[in-house]
Design a protein around this ligand. Structure first.
Ligand code: DI6
Ligand code: FE
Length: 406
């Protein structure tokens, strides 16, 4: 875990993302004092005279909460460039999966890799995210699909905190797909998940949440519910890959278990939207996968908006459907492809993303008592974060009160 620091920011124009109804509410230049990694005070004085503590003069730059990438599959072996080639010759993602390619080819490469090799493979991808202002990232397992390999992935994910200034939340996604050895008996694989993998991940404190790919090429509703019920028994939080390629009613199941988020949700219907509104779960939008798979079914943004369902945006970085390690690019896609406003996009990678990780009380806003995870930007208006792509706009990140020039 990152150590906790004292720091003082002066002349910081804050975009705190504190309240949902005040727009960006950009402040006049403020002084932010940080003690032991937490925001201690926010005041109007902007003297640079502070003895004994590192002072950063933000020179009236905009400061947002550090961005939170709340849905990724960052750790895996190999890559899938050849499958990309195949898909462009007309073979569908589902057809490739059915032929044993797709996720299963990454499973083979991931099983062969050591924990250290997985970390090595991940660091360049993580560096891409850091350059887009990310200070917290969620990382799922799901390419190991044995007890040992799933735990290896989770350990690799957690150990990234020892290599970079980043906070990692881990999610056990053993129910990503049925491994070949259980092809003829997927229920027995669900038994393994419930009887061995979830208990071990919980006992070793390697996972914060449990996720299931609830889909025709993943797990059906009954199997998904068995995994959710077991996760709940072990005190783990619940997330679901639901209604991505079809509508199986997975979002309602997430809602039934008071899950943190229902993710993808292109095929979410009105009943599903209502269930998320009732349960307080976050709607996780993943425009990278939508774009890369050339999907046409749009998530029901206006209904989600109408019922005030918090919407998060994440990269879904993975080797098959979203090879994009830039969270601000996802903000752009959230706006251009899904019709979000840039303000909604910023909420989607700050306060709502924190909520999707169960961390809304401590991250994703610039607020007294919150963790001092911030991003300082060379921009004049917050909408620029969603507007232009490929221009390095980040001036610096702050993680736990520590200034990082990556
Ligand atoms: N949905 C996705 O888009 C990713 N996983 C999932 O459940 C795809 C993962 C992959 O193709 O490797
Ligand atoms: Fe995903």
């Amino acid at each position: 875990m990152c150590s906790e620091h004292d720091l003082i920011l002066v002349n910081a124009r804050l975009v705190s993302m504190e309240s949902d109804d005040r727009g960006y509410a950009i402040t006049s230049p403020k002084t932010v004092t940080i003690q032991k990694g937490k925001i201690h005070s926010i005041t109007d004085t902007n003297s640079t005279e502070h003895s004994g503590v590192q002072v950063v003069d933000c020179k009236n730059k905009l400061v947002t909460p550090g961005l939170i990438d709340s849905h990724t599959h960052l750790v895996f072996g190999g890559n899938r460039a050849e499958e990309f080639e195949q898909r462009l010759k007309g073979v569908s993602y589902e057809a490739i999966a059915k032929q044993g390619g797709g996720i299963l080819s990454t499973v083979n490469a991931t099983r062969k890799a050591t924990e250290d090799q997985l970390v090595e493979n991940t660091l360049p991808i993580l560096d891409g995210l850091l350059r887009s202002g990310v200070t917290s990232v969620e990382i799922k397992s799901g390419y190991g699909l044995t007890l040992e390999d799933e735990l290896k992935m989770l350990r690799a994910a957690k150990s990234l905190e020892n290599h970079r200034r980043i906070k990692v939340s881990t999610t056990l996604l053993a129910a990503h797909t049925t491994p070949t050895e259980y092809k003829h008996n997927p229920d027995a694989y669900v038994d393994l998940i419930c009887q061995e993998i979830i208990p071990a991940a919980s006992e070793l404190e390697l996972a914060d949440s449990v996720d299931v790919f609830c889909e025709s090429i993943g797990f059906n509703i009954e199997q998904t519910e068995r995994v959710f019920a077991t996760a709940q028994q072990y005190g783990l939080k619940i997330k679901g890959h639901v209604e991505q390629l079809s509508n199986l009613g997975g979002a309602q199941l997430v809602a039934k278990y008071k899950g943190l988020s229902a993710d993808h949700i292109e095929y979410l219907d009105a009943v599903g939207v209502q269930s998320l509104a009732d349960s307080g779960s976050v709607a996780m939008l993943l425009p990278g996968a939508f774009y890369f798979l050339k999907e046409t079914q749009l998530p029901p943004i206006s209904q989600l908006r109408e019922l005030n369902v918090p919407m998060a945006i994440a990269t879904d970085f993975n080797p098959g459907t979203s090879p994009f390690a830039d969270l601000t690019m996802m903000m752009n896609m959230g706006c251009t492809l899904f019709g979000l406003t840039p303000e909604e996009a910023l909420r989607g990678v700050t306060c709502h993303a924190a909520k999707a990780l169960g961390l809304g009380h401590s991250r994703g806003q610039i607020k007294q008592g919150y963790e001092a995870d911030l991003a300082i930007w060379n921009i004049a208006h917050p909408a620029e974060l969603s507007y232009q792509v490929g221009i390095p706009r980040l001036s610096a990140r702050i993680v736990n009160g520590e200034l990082c020039h990556d």
